[in-house]
Design a protein around this ligand. Structure first.
Ligand code: PGA
Length: 249
């Protein structure tokens, strides 16, 4: 059995004060919850507040991005060791908004994955097709390519902590959700790529989250799917009560 992981992706929302307020309300609501792993990924500037607030709790803190180099002249960027030194344990890599608006490529995603794993972070690697690709019947090809290139040169031993997130781009922030069947089919493609890269045992243990308009109203039916090992939640994770309902699907 794969333990499900429910992750909040706050994107560019909340100040440190708002982050502290979220945790004050959220932690008591999920305090007794052990069935699933819970991760909150706020903006960089909120990480320290989040880590301090979550200390000793069942909630882990993740970043939304990381640079691929150890350090250097990269104005505005944050390294993996900066994240771990704060107590951050997870990092989202290759989110479609990063690919779309900040020119992230399969190659930079691969390099970010590598440095995250090297530093003991748990990467939540995002893959997913845009609407035109789905309509053209290219979903499988896109997922295969994104996975294959992201996994390039990484060993199964090194990849041990890897988590995948299938996020069809047309479902992000649109209110449209993939059906459990669509998600399940995509997850199988991803699992197969993981098997080719890292072996059968690894693929069987790999957690693949679904993301894209996950809400309290659709979480139960999505999480009931055997292939879906958790959720990556944007909009509905900003409110403690709403995110709690998803955690407790
Ligand atoms: P959404 O975002 O839940 O607001 O659709 C999900 C994501 O982008 O991770």
């Amino acid at each position: 059995m794969r333990k499900k992981l429910i992750a909040a992706n706050w994107k560019m929302y909340k100040t440190p004060e708002q982050t502290a307020a979220f945790f004050r309300e959220f932690l008591p609501l999920v305090a007794a919850h052990t069935r699933d792993e819970i991760v909150v990924c706020p903006p960089y500037i909120d990480l320290q507040t989040a880590v301090a607030a979550a200390e000793g709790s069942n909630v882990a803190v993740g970043a939304q991005n990381v640079h691929w180099e150890k350090e250097g002249a990269f104005t505005g960027e944050i390294s993996a060791t900066m994240l771990t030194s704060l107590g951050v344990t997870h990092v989202i890599i290759g989110h479609s908004e990063r690919r779309q608006y900040f020119n992230e490529t399969d190659d930079t995603v691969n390099r970010k994955l590598e440095i995250a794993l090297e530093n003991g972070l748990t990467p939540i690697l995002c893959v997913g097709e845009v609407l035109e690709e789905r309509e053209a019947g290219l979903t499988e090809d896109v997922l295969r390519r994104q996975c294959m290139r992201a996994f390039n040169g990484i060993s199964a031993r090194k990849a041990a902590k890897l988590v995948l997130a299938y996020e069809p781009v047309w479902a992000i922030g649109t209110g449209k959700t993939a059906t459990p069947q669509m998600a399940s089919d995509a997850h199988q493609v991803i699992r197969h790529e993981a098997e080719k890269a890292f072996g059968k045992e690894f693929a069987e243990g790999l957690r693949i989250l679904y993301g894209g308009s996950v809400k309290p109203e659709n979480a139960t039916v999505l999480m009931a799917e055997a292939e879906i090992d958790g959720a990556l939640v944007g909009g509905a994770s900003l409110d403690p009560a709403s995110f709690t309902k998803i955690v407790k699907y």
